[in-house]
Every structure is written in structure tokens, then in C-alpha cells.
Design a protein around this ligand. Structure first.
Ligand code: ADP
Ligand code: MG
Length: 240
């Protein structure tokens, strides 16, 4: 589904991504771990072209999305993204948050968009919140709505950047449960997280990034159980 070849990204003279290579299969759940500042967010933002790579290539469903003249918007529609801070539209109801882009961007009929939205609200367990405004929701509920809103665009892949890092501890579980359900349903997912238990349980593959490079990757058993690189061992010793 995604092939990344020698991806590089610099901000000014600062090289943040130093040549990443990775391929991700349809239905795969890839969890990216690594210290703060190692380039995890920049990597995700390059994948959906929120940042323009300074080098390398990204193929998405066999299309070179980094090629000049490529339709960035068409690609972004196929990639759902959920950030640390749920940026729901504050003056729209939950249901409107979910139907806005499908109608305005994808050209769905309001009726069809609403049907999809109501199904998704069931999936994330918030069907009863359809008519409330975001400020009436808890942090965990907001983030579940943010996930549903991304899914309403019927993306082919979902990117998550520390979706639970800003939540009170008691709300982390409900968001991880929604993500787990999504993974079990076969969604292709790339998840940056510090939730190591979740990574171990749900990840098909763990990527350890440090200093702009993929230092180590493997199954959860390999990376958590028997890390081969000293930097991975150091990192895991601090977070586990
Ligand atoms: P992580 O998500 O692993 O914590 P980031 O990808 O956010 O790491 O950041 C990696 C480095 O890139 C940091 O040193 C950060 O300051 C720098 N960086 C990220 N975005 C920008 C930007 N827009 N302009 C300049 N530097 C940036
Ligand atoms: Mg980050």
C-alpha cells in the first residue's frame, strides 16, 4: 500500500529525516516508537504530504505521490489522520463534524453522509452524542469522534500521531479500544504512540526511530522481547 524510499526532510540546515525506507502492506498495523524529537511526527506528516519531503520517494497504492504534478488532495482524502489534539469544529454538532467533509469534499449526498456517520458513531460507541457540541464531550469522547470523523472520509489508511498523549489516564483505554477494533477490522494503520502495551498487543510490526532513522524494526516479540540495537534497549529500559 505504501512504499517509502530514502525519505529525507530538512528544516533549513536541520536534517530531521535522514533516509527512511519502509514498505507497508494493506491491512498491516505498524506502530512507530522512539524518543521525543526523533522525527516520528515529521515522518507521518510527510506521508500525507502535510510536509513536503526534501528527498526520496513515496508510493501510495503504486502512485508516486511525491512526483511533481501529483494531486495532493486526492491522496490526502485516502489518508485519515488523527492528532494528539482533537481539532473538532467547535460550532458544529458531532453529526455535522462527521458529515461536513464527506459532503463538501467527496460530494456525498447529505443523506448518504449521515448514514455513514451514524454507523461510525455506533462503532465508536457514541451514537447518543450525535446532536451535542464538542465542548459537551470528555477528552476521550472527543478523540473517539475525531477518529470517527477521519473514518467518515472512508480512507484507505489511518495515521495516528500520539492520539492518547493529551488525555487524562482514565480516558486512554476507550480510545485504544476503538483503535484496536479498527485494526481487527483490517484497516491499514500507522500509529505513533508511547502506549507500549497497546503497541505489543495490536502492532503487526514495531518500528523504532531514533535521530531521523529507522534503527530497528520487527515483530513486537522481537523488538520488545529481544531488541538487537543498543539504542532500542536504552529507549525501552526508560519507557517500560
Ligand atoms: P517526534 O514526533 O519524534 O517527537 P518531530 O518529528 O516532531 O519528532 O520533530 C523532530 C525534529 O524536527 C525536532 O527537533 C523538531 O524541532 C523539528 N521540527 C519539526 N517540525 C519542524 C518545523 N516545522 N520547523 C522546524 N523544525 C521542525
Ligand atoms: Mg511527535
Amino acid at each position: 500500500m505504501i512504499a517509502v524510499k530514502q525519505l529525507r526532510k530538512s528544516f533549513g540546515k536541520n536534517e530531521i529525516l535522514k533516509g527512511l525506507d519502509i514498505t507497508i502492506a494493506k491491512g498491516e498495523v505498524v506502530v512507530v516508537i522512539g524518543p521525543s524529537g526523533s522525527g516520528k511526527s515529521t515522518f507521518l506528516r510527510c506521508l500525507n504530504l502535510l510536509e513536503e519531503p526534501t528527498g526520496g520517494d513515496i508510493l501510495f497504492e503504486n502512485e508516486p505521490i511525491t512526483a511533481r504534478g501529483h494531486n495532493i488532495n486526492a491522496t490526502r482524502e485516502k489518508m485519515g489522520m488523527v492528532f494528539q489534539h482533537f481539532n473538532l469544529f467547535p460550532h458544529k454538532t458531532v453529526l455535522q463534524n462527521l458529515t461536513l467533509a464527506p459532503v463538501q469534499v467527496k460530494g456525498k449526498s447529505p443523506k448518504e453522509a449521515e448514514k455513514i456517520a451514524l454507523d461510525l458513531l455506533q462503532t465508536v460507541g457514541l451514537a447518543d452524542k450525535r446532536d451535542v457540541y464538542p465542548n459537551q464531550l470528555s477528552g476521550g469522547q472527543k478523540q473517539r469522534i475525531a477518529i470517527a470523523r477521519a473514518l467518515a472520509m472512508q480512507p484507505h489508511v489511518m495515521l495516528f500521531d500520539e492520539p492518547t498523549s493529551a488525555l487524562d489516564p482514565e480516558m486512554v483505554g476507550e480510545v485504544l479500544d476503538v483503535m484496536k477494533k479498527l485494526a481487527e477490522g483490517g484497516m491499514t494503520m500507522i500509529i505513533v504512540t508511547h502506549e507500549m502495551g497497546f503497541a505489543r498487543e495490536v502492532g503487526d510490526r514495531i518500528i523504532f526511530m531514533d535521530n531521523g532513522l529507522i534503527v530497528e524494526e520487527g515483530t513486537p516479540e522481537q523488538v520488545f522481547g529481544n531488541p538487537s540495537h543498543p539504542r532500542t534497549r536504552d529507549f525501552l529500559a526508560k519507557v517500560l
